[in-house]
Design a protein around this ligand. Structure first.
Ligand SMILES: *[C@@H]1O[C@H](CO)[C@@H](O)[C@H](O)[C@H]1NC(C)=O
Ligand SMILES: *[C@@H]1O[C@H](CO)[C@@H](O)[C@H](O)[C@H]1NC(C)=O
Ligand SMILES: *[C@@H]1O[C@H](CO)[C@@H](O)[C@H](O)[C@H]1NC(C)=O
Ligand SMILES: *[C@@H]1O[C@H](CO)[C@@H](O)[C@H](O)[C@H]1NC(C)=O
Ligand SMILES: *[C@@H]1O[C@H](CO)[C@@H](O)[C@H](O)[C@H]1NC(C)=O
Ligand SMILES: *[C@@H]1O[C@H](CO)[C@@H](O)[C@H](O)[C@H]1NC(C)=O
Ligand SMILES: *[C@@H]1O[C@H](CO)[C@@H](O)[C@H](O)[C@H]1NC(C)=O
Length: 395
């Protein structure tokens, strides 16, 4: 409660509202302002753009350079696209560049190469077309061009034939040393791994991590001790599997051009090794808390808090200072305030979690309790005319 009052006071005193970007499958990207209206917090539309195409699926914000990259999944169409926008303090979005790409892009991440000084890179997972693409990007201007395309196939469907008819790259994560790109592939039950050539920035595929048959790896995230940079010791990797709703934890070790995973933990995303996930539920997103001591996982279609009221699971992994790894322990399930949490973004600075409620077609903002490292009460929400796959806080 104290946190909430503090937040209201802070936001109330600001001239500009706090900005939250969101994407809607109805074909729009929005910048929303979170501010006080008549004494209560509310989300209002600052700007709306239809220039990311028909099915915006993922937002990658480069806050330092004030550029927002948007992926257009182009559901049902033959090509997808990627659009970059300049962001502004007043929330307006100006298109910089638009590129046609293979259909089905769903997640991207930025990386760099020590020998390349004038540009960076990003990789994109294309679910629908079994493809991973990479781009060279001028991070200051927001222009980018295609660099590499990797397309995969399988000789036979996986155990879950309906979802594993083909490879389906679903996530992109860069390791903490900045030397490897990981792509969980839901269709092939693999985490594809690429070594970043330090001189050219080109990706070189190396041996993948092989996940359990039918598990459907979706998204992953790394934990390293708070304050450490480019470390290769004390590194842990966490992976959620959409098809069997499991969270796995790995100790990570390195060789000169290799990254290795040793599994030490696996539990339901409902937090109990013996618990079965509610029928039809599908884990979606994973992140390390801003305090660096918890693993936060979103469940979809589990109705844990009532009809169309899904859950966010929290697991501890480090001490309160976020510097010592403690092993993984389930802490509980917290309400998502709607259905099918496809994505979320936690701001430690604001003490807020933005929640993309795909099934409820709305965005919710709830308190992020920094002291307990868990989501708290609902502060504001806003409905849209399409499914909401992504949210991202400005800053
Ligand atoms: C504030 O309250 C007034 C009076 O009830 C109402 O007319 C107005 O629309 C409200 N403003 C907002 C931004 O909700
Ligand atoms: C970018 O390309 C997509 C797909 O062709 C299109 O729908 C969208 O309008 C384009 N945006 C701009 C700014 O040209
Ligand atoms: C928002 O800010 C940008 C950059 O300062 C400016 O070009 C644009 O006109 C502003 N838009 C509105 C609606 O005020
Ligand atoms: C557009 O889609 C077609 C058909 O899948 C594909 O062959 C082509 O490479 C795509 N274009 C781009 C620029 O990715
Ligand atoms: C996919 O299958 C085709 C035809 O069987 C083969 O030529 C190609 O090398 C395969 N590609 C990969 C990436 O395995
Ligand atoms: C784990 O789940 C089982 C079956 O649902 C239940 O009986 C048990 O109490 C749970 N244990 C904990 C620690 O939640
Ligand atoms: C979801 O559950 C929480 C906790 O019981 C409750 O506060 C909230 O009102 C429920 N419904 C929705 C749609 O948020």
């Amino acid at each position: 409660m104290k946190n909430t009052l503090l937040l209201l006071a802070t936001l109330g005193g600001q001239s500009a509202a706090q900005t939250l970007y969101t994407a809607s499958y109805a074909g729009s990207v929005y910048s929303l302002g979170l501010g006080k209206a008549n004494g209560t917090l509310a989300l209002s539309t600052q700007s709306q753009s239809t220039e990311c195409g028909a099915s915006p699926s993922w937002l990658m914000l480069d806050g330092a350079n004030e550029i927002l990259y948007c992926l257009n999944e182009a559901i049902g169409a033959s090509n997808g696209s990627i659009t970059s926008f300049n962001t502004h303090g007043n929330g307006s979005l100006d298109v910089i560049h638009n590129l046609t790409v293979p259909a089905g892009p769903v997640m991207s991440a930025m990386y760099s190469a020590p020998g390349v000084h004038d540009h960076q890179f990003f990789a994109v997972a294309h679910y629908e077309t079994s493809t991973v693409t990479t781009y060279a990007v001028d991070p200051i201007r927001g222009h980018f061009k295609l660099l590499q395309t990797f397309t995969y196939n399988m000789s036979a469907p996986g155990p879950n034939a309906a979802r594993q008819d083909a490879p389906h790259p679903h996530g992109v994560t860069v390791d903490p040393t900045g030397r490897f790109v990981l792509v969980p592939d839901l269709g092939a039950d693999l985490v594809r791994i690429y070594y970043i050539n330090p001189v050219t920035g080109h990706l070189k595929p190396i041996d993948p991590y092989v996940a359990a048959p039918g598990s459907g790896p979706r998204h992953g995230t790394f934990w390293t001790p708070k304050g450490s940079s480019s470390t290769d010791t004390n590194v842990y990797f966490f992976l959620v599997h959409e098809l069997d709703n499991l969270l796995s934890g790995f100790r990570v070790s390195y060789t000169e051009r290799g990254i290795h995973f040793s599994k030490f933990f696996e539990e339901s995303s409902f937090g109990n090794a013996t618990a079965t996930a509610p029928s039809g539920s599908k884990v979606a997103e994973i992140a390390i808390s801003p305090e660096n001591n918890h693993i936060v996982v979103s469940n979809r279609l589990d109705n844990t808090f009532g009809q169309k009221n899904d859950s966010i699971a929290v697991f501890s992994c480090a001490d309160a200072s976020g510097t010592s790894f403690t092993g993984v322990q389930f802490l509980g399930l917290y309400p998502a305030y709607g259905s099918s949490v496809r994505g979320f973004d936690i701001s430690g600075k604001l003490g807020l979690i933005g929640i993309a409620l795909e099934g409820s077609q709305k965005v919710a903002v709830a308190l992020w309790n920094k002291a307990t490292g868990r989501p708290g009460k609902l502060l504001a929400e806003k409905a849209f005319d399409g499914d909401i796959p992504a949210v991202a806080w400005e800053l």
